[in-house]
Design a protein around this ligand. Structure first.
Ligand SMILES: *Cc1c(COP(=O)(O)O)cnc(C)c1O
Length: 407
């Protein structure tokens, strides 16, 4: 077999299983109204929930930084790639999340991979929700720690698995049968999405934190879809539960509601110093440019000063769920992610195509992002959608959905 044949074979199989991916080119900024294939459409698929990628306040500030500081950062954070703009962003982020300190990574993906692999190593343990984001999974794999997957958001299963693990350890053997010193309960971590990216549900934080604290494990929450969305002022999962300051490691991204790029971890000064010294994805990569850092900074400032954006998004979530229920589609969500489960991969693609024909851009999510046979439409709401737009969109979904069920 020619070396290229097996790659082509894989691609052919993906096409046959309706799992082939292609790129869609947007000829516009990432905001509510987009232009795709020369056609204006309404966007219901973006992670830019507060629709801040194209606001004048942020753009003007980023432009000013570009003129003053130029483009690239020229080095990694620990060499020549840190400016006062980088430091200002980390300061405002720590304040926004109510923490002593923060550290910015180049992406959320790199934040998870770098943080998890720094905090846990061979012989340590990580307890991870079965629906956690791929970047958490990759961080766990890279860490070489013992990995224990618990049932989705099931705190009874989590606690059982923690107990079982610790009792095996103290009885003198690991899962692999290697001898362990008694009471050598090394470092351990419980990690979960705050808002799950494909289901839009929220972690059971009170119980997760209680288990973590009770067994001397670190708690780590990924706030990618929670920041700017849940909690009265959009500060995320802790604010949603009124549990400010209770999570050890608050990870998040600047690329979703914040409308920029980058990942972050907020926490204690010790945690941040540790990551600066140990997180390889932070140390061995050129830092983001001051322009990007400046955009994130101004965007966070904007959110803090314009809580009405967050309130409007929360209104849209309630209103849209209500509209869909009226269409006979039973959904419930407290987050901007509204999954409509279709099941079959091909059908999910057809439904999303049909909605695109009607001028609505919405994604069909398939394996491996979700399990096989659990394909879905993933509606993502923005703060700028109006009631009229949400109502009309829900009616279109209703029509397409009913047509699909008749087939
Ligand atoms: C998007 C996402 C990430 C990765 O963040 P990027 O900044 O896009 O790399 C991490 N975790 C979750 C839950 C996400 O949804």
């Amino acid at each position: 077999m020619n070396k290229w044949d097996c790659l082509e074979e894989t691609l052919k199989n993906l096409k046959r299983e309706n799992l082939y991916r292609h790129i869609t080119e947007f000829a516009s900024s990432q905001s509510k109204e987009i232009i795709v294939n020369g056609r204006k459409m309404l966007l219901f698929a973006s992670n830019s929930y507060l629709d801040l990628c194209n606001v004048p306040e942020v753009k003007d500030y980023a432009s000013k930084i570009a003129l003053e500081y130029g483009t690239g950062s020229g080095g990694s954070r620990l060499t020549t790639g840190t400016t006062d703009v980088h430091m200002r962003l980390e300061e405002i982020l720590a304040g926004y999340k109510g923490r002593e300190a923060s550290i910015v990574f180049n992406t959320g993906y790199m934040g998870n991979v770098g943080t998890i692999s720094a905090l846990a190593g061979k012989g340590d343990v990580i307890f991870s929700d079965e629906l956690n984001h791929a970047s958490i999974i990759d961080g766990c794999r890279l860490s070489k720690a013992n990995l224990v997957i618990y049932k989705h958001n099931d705190m009874v299963d989590l606690e059982m698995k923690v107990k079982e693990y610790i009792s095996n350890k103290t009885n003198g053997s690991t899962a692999e049968g290697a001898p362990v010193k008694a009471n050598n309960v090394c470092r351990g971590l419980i990690v979960s999405d705050g808002v799950f990216s494909m289901d839009g549900d929220i972690v059971n934080l009170p119980e997760l934190v209680e288990i973590a604290d009770g067994y001397n494990l670190f708690s780590m929450i990924d706030e990618a879809h929670a920041t700017g969305v849940i909690g009265e002022t959009g500060r995320g999962t802790e604010e949603y539960y009124h549990m400010e300051g209770k999570v050890d490691i608050l990870m998040g991204t600047l690329s979703k509601s914040i409308g920029s790029e980058g990942g972050f971890v907020c926490g204690s000064r010790t945690l941040v110093e540790f990551l600066i010294n140990k997180a390889r994805s932070y140390i061995f990569s050129t830092s983001l440019s001051p322009v990007t850092m400046g955009a994130s900074y101004m965007s966070i400032k904007y959110i803090m000063e314009h809580n009405e954006r967050v309130e409007r998004l929360q209104h849209n979530i309630k209103y849209f769920c209500h509209c869909l229920t009226d269409e006979g589609i039973d959904v419930k969500s407290d987050t901007s992610i509204i999954p409509i489960i279709i099941g079959d991969e091909k059908k999910a693609l057809e439904v999303s195509e049909e909605l695109k024909n009607r001028g609505y851009y919405v994604s069909a999510i398939r394996y491996p992002t979700v399990a096989k046979g659990c394909a879905r439409l993933r509606v993502a709401l923005m703060a700028t959608h109006t009631d009229e737009e949400l109502l009309a969109f829900s009616k279109s979904i209703g029509q397409v959905y009913r047509k699909m069920h008749r087939i």
